[in-house]
Design a protein around this ligand. Structure first.
Ligand code: XIL
Length: 354
């Protein structure tokens, strides 16, 4: 009798230990892709063509830590169609080819935006029919070429004004009116019915007027049956300002039946950045990944650059620095451990995709 009870206790303990096999310390960073896959999310990184081709260390950081890539610039209109009807596929093909040979997913970025347009397009004076035709040609070229190879596209980028809840009066808006958004999404869906089509926006991560306006727009689009599948929360944060309630704001959109992704995560620190700021930044990265894990239909967290050497932050936000999980020499920063810590949570803590 005593032996039987002892045996039962032993079996129980062993089973409990095996099912609770969380690593005690922070796991090896090299495990990140596997951990992300266990949680059924992608961990992505924005990549630039030049270092991708010429820098082996750059490539290793990507393949050892991430499961998806976004082209930081090379799929933008300015580079893809610098002259009307002249397409340059060298950069996009390099990124997609690299992704395919390393089993990485690709987020396509970006189709309709107000920035990085070629001058022939930005400075042309177009009738509605002409601009529609131009839009169709460009969507067909990009989505057609990478059909089945790029799983999600930022079709509409930054449709609202920087800091107000009004639609931005970009080229598309000025010529076609507010319905350019629905038109582009419908065209894109016709070209690649399998691709997840996104509106990508910034300044919505902590709620507010702009997020509300996007929500209203999205409700209207969905009611009209417009093919929209996801909302990208860019996630360009300033250290100290990463919202505590990011998951709630993402959930407002998944409640409408959409998926969400954090598409361009970085956390910039005012110079000079100190050791304690980097530790706090680790916490901020952890919280962002945890927010995604807390939202069943959050499918991807992408950081905006491979290392601080490649970040857009110093150029675009003078006086800020150190925004990414790897330093200028590819050394892992506390931020990387922050993401790892978030992903160390047991998969059971993530509710399954509905
Ligand atoms: C940025 C790139 O990182 C820079 O290299 C480029 O000079 C300008 O664009 N929102 C977006 C991204 O959707 O495409 C932008 O990327 C950053 C802001």
């Amino acid at each position: 009798m005593f032996t039987a009870i002892a045996l039962c206790v032993a079996v129980f303990l062993t089973t409990a230990l095996l099912s609770d096999n969380l690593p005690s310390g922070p796991p090896d960073e090299g495990e990140l892709p596997g951990m992300a896959r266990t949680h059924d999310i992608e961990l992505g990184v924005a990549v630039a063509v030049n270092p991708l081709v010429h820098d082996g260390e750059y490539r290793s950081v990507i393949t050892e830590h991430y499961t998806s890539v976004t082209a930081e610039n090379t799929m933008k209109w300015q580079y893809v169609q610098p002259q009307r009807h002249q397409f340059d596929w060298s950069g996009p093909d390099t990124v997609v080819g690299f992704a395919e040979s390393h089993d990485l997913n690709v987020r396509g970025h970006t189709l309709l935006w107000h920035n990085q347009l070629p001058s022939w397009l930005a400075q042309g004076s177009w009738s509605q029919d002409e601009l529609r035709q131009i839009m169709r040609e460009h969507l067909r070229a990009l989505l057609g070429r990478y059909k089945g190879r790029v799983s999600a596209w930022d079709i509409i980028n930054e449709p609202f004004e920087d800091t107000s809840p009004h639609l931005r009066e970009n080229l598309w808006y000025r010529v076609l009116g507010p319905d350019y958004i629905a038109e582009a999404l419908s065209m894109a869906h016709e070209i690649d019915p399998e691709a997840r089509l996104y509106i990508n926006e910034f300044g919505i991560e902590g709620g507010g007027d702009k997020a509300d306006a996007l929500h209203t727009l999205v409700e209207d689009l969905l009611q009209r049956g417009v093919p929209l599948h996801g909302i990208g929360f860019q996630g360009h944060f300033v250290h100290g300002n990463v919202p505590e309630d990011l998951a709630d704001h993402m959930r407002r959109f998944t409640d409408l039946g959409l998926e969400v992704s954090v598409t361009e995560l970085d956390v910039r620190i005012p110079e000079p950045s100190r050791e304690d700021a980097l530790e706090e930044q680790a916490d901020e990265y952890r919280r962002v990944v945890e927010a995604c894990l807390d939202v069943p239909r959050c499918v991807n967290v992408t950081v905006w650059g491979v290392s601080d050497q490649h970040s857009w932050v110093p150029e675009w936000f003078p006086g800020y620095t150190d925004a990414l999980p790897f330093d200028e020499d590819y050394g892992p920063k506390p931020a990387l451990s922050g993401m790892t810590e978030a992903l160390s949570r047991r998969p059971s803590q993530r509710r399954p995709h509905p």
